[in-house]
Design a protein around this ligand. Sequence first.
Ligand code: ATP
Length: 433
Amino acid sequence: MKIVSSEMKNVLPKTHLNILNVATDLSNQMDTDLYLVGGCVRDIMMGLNNSNFDIDLTGSNVDKTFATRLADKLGGTVKNSSVFGTHKLSVPVGIKDNLEIDLAKCRSETYKNPGELPDVKPGDLFQDLGRRDFSIAAMCIVLQSPSNQDWKSGQLIDPHSGYRDVVNKELRVLHNESFADDPTRMFRLIRYSCRLGFDIEESTKNIFESSLNYVTAVSGDRIRSELEKIFDEEDVALILYNCVKLGLLPAFLTKFDCNHLMELKSISHLHRDDQDSVEFWLGILAMNAGKSQIEYLSKILSLSSKQNDVINDLASLNEQIKQNESFLLSDDLRQSDIYKFLLKYRLTSIRVCAETTPNKAIKALLEIYLNSLINTNIELSGEDLISLGISKGPEIGKLLNDLLYAKLDGHLKSADQETQFVKDYISVHKDIN
Ligand code: ATP
């Protein structure tokens, strides 16, 4: 018997331990067994300190009432409940953070056809652990033992030898049909192997190779959702490299050339900004795509309109750069010219292009825009222009732009110089009128 209470205390933040205590007390009152499951258990067993632990709880009688009462006790809310008996809670931790807690009744799953969603039925703990993707994700920690077992609080239940695989740093599926049942697990396999630095166990590798063709049976929505999880990881380039190298992405995107993703691994740290990481990486995927390839990607991955906009915008930026290359590389190109040229494109597209263009001069120009030009602001406001004598209307906007262009080109260094610029403008235009 392995009791891991001290590992839990070493790894989990106090907030999490407190939540587990409250949930355990509730399970006692409501007469249900309760277990900590999922990636959190894996990370505890690996001794990984990661402040973003998800909390995943399961138990035989963890139902809507349990979810609502736990949310009340923790001052949170039940965000949603699914037909499969799962509940997502949002619980405040600290002043402005919220933590998500996933609650589910223990269940069993059976798959009729590859790639389809499973039939889900209530099940026992062992069936619940047996439906999971990898042995390291099929362990749980007892918070409240069922009455027919003599399990201790903090005891590790590990029917698939997940802890051995944690120690050996290996990812192993629980049975030969695992990837046929749910081919999205192949994306998860590569994602975890890169994130955790784990090898893929030998027979899992063989099952992976012989299951590649099942991936075409999965809906675009589900594959896109796996890709979005990949785009949220620390080392996206490495994961994409392996998705291509192991044949997974080409097996799904049969009419799309993914080979450029093999080149990215050598780029040490690609741009990462949580705000637009999904669109950024979709842009990387589509960086060389022409119109028909973009349509293909959009359809096969059921991209959202925002995602579509980014890859179309990127294609048009690439095209315009190609068409205007000699202008962009001319000696007398001004900063304001760069600004005007790029202003109509999305920052995400410009970032993708800056990371991937083989042309160093174009790259430099895009970086000037991203790192400096877009952060340039003039001192005067529209109100200031009005008080200097410009009438309300479109002329204000035009003059504000002219001021900005002059500042970008280095002609204006202070508010006084900007004021003088406006006065000169007024006197020229007074003369003309
Ligand atoms: P992390 O959040 O660190 O990525 P996690 O393991 O908690 O890891 P989730 O996607 O939140 O990842 O899944 C929670 C648990 O649900 C997993 O640990 C795994 O046991 C199970 N699971 C998730 N997706 C699948 C799947 N496609 N097939 C089988 N089990 C799955």
